[in-house]
Design a protein around this ligand. Sequence first.
Ligand code: NAD
Ligand code: IPM
Ligand code: MN
Length: 365
Amino acid sequence: KRSYTITLLPGDGIGPEVISVAKDVLVLAGSFEGITYEFREMLLGGAALDATGVPMPDETLSVSKQSDAVLLGAIGGYKWDKNEKHLKPETGLLQLRSGLQVFANLRPATVFPQLVDASTLKKEVAEGVDLMVVRELTGGIYFGKPRGFGTNENGQETGFNTEIYSAHEIDRIARLAFEIARKRRGKLCSVDKANVLEASMLWRKIVTELALEYPDVELTHMYVDNAAMQLVRYPKQFDTVLTNNIFGDILSDEASMITGSIGMLPSASIGASGPGLFEPIHGSAPDIAGQDKANPFATVLSAAMLLKYGLGEERAAERIEKAVLDTLNRGFRTADIYSAGTKLVGCKQVGEEILKSVESHILAA
Ligand code: NAD
Ligand code: IPM
Ligand code: MN
């Protein structure tokens, strides 16, 4: 019998709604594989600010570090939007990522055949898309110094940030992307802004040198503005996409829409050692929070990534992936992925249907 300690960070807005579904799915899928869990629910983001005055309490990081994996909902909301930077929910999330040293954020965007009609792109453009964004997560402009507010020579207020990458930071994320590309379709597209930014010039140089160690992977480079356009022009050209922190944030939201909704995209954040952090790519969706409208598939698929990448439990992960497809096959949809002829239901019911699919898949196996 295998037992794992999982830290749950529901966070804010729709976070608790989607985490509740994903937790039940983890438990049921695990039960068929002899897996048990000890869950520890901790505070992050606005919820932590309200309860403790800081967005990432020390205890949240220490408990997360001591667990086998961390599953996060989402953080943020109107209530805290005007907070000073160190008291923002988003700052708490960045402190957690940095504290766990999860430098690699894997964001797969897969168009399920059942959801082709939910995509805003034409069927022939969207169908068959299966790409993986490898986003650097603990460096770049999100963390670079100097940063802050100041005054310029004309007495004008300024705000400034620094896009900076060390050779080491680029090397480790690029290696991981080459390894992932090798296990996929052998194509890696590195996205940068090397025509303008020094940090990107170094990025491109290091990625190009590293390619010599991966002769079986076909490496291409693309400027980020072109990549944003190519993603909606002909997304099937992409297999693995390697990029920095901020470009990866933006391009993965764009890629999500090819699949039908941002409510479909999971992610896995991993480091050299220690527990991984698993979270949907979407935010706390304050506009629909508390209304049972949230799409829980992204978080459920993040739980599958937790099993696969975080715990090495591939069979349980596969059960969840199959249950997601089965639930979609049976026609259940939240509003964001609804199309004519399917069944519009809420977050909770989608969760119940996924649980039924987990059961029936096991019985059929
Ligand atoms: P968002 O992703 O929360 O929402 C964007 C739009 O997508 C909204 O219309 C929302 O209703 C919809 N949406 C998102 N997830 C959905 C789901 N699962 N099902 C159905 N619809 C969904 O982005 P935003 O509005 O720019 O940000 C809201 C807050 O979330 C902000 O405070 C932001 O900082 C935070 N945020 C947090 C994370 C995170 O926790 N990792 C990620 C992104 C944004
Ligand atoms: C995400 C979010 C975060 C990011 C914010 C909330 C800090 O947009 O997880 O994609 O920019 O990384
Ligand atoms: Mn984002």
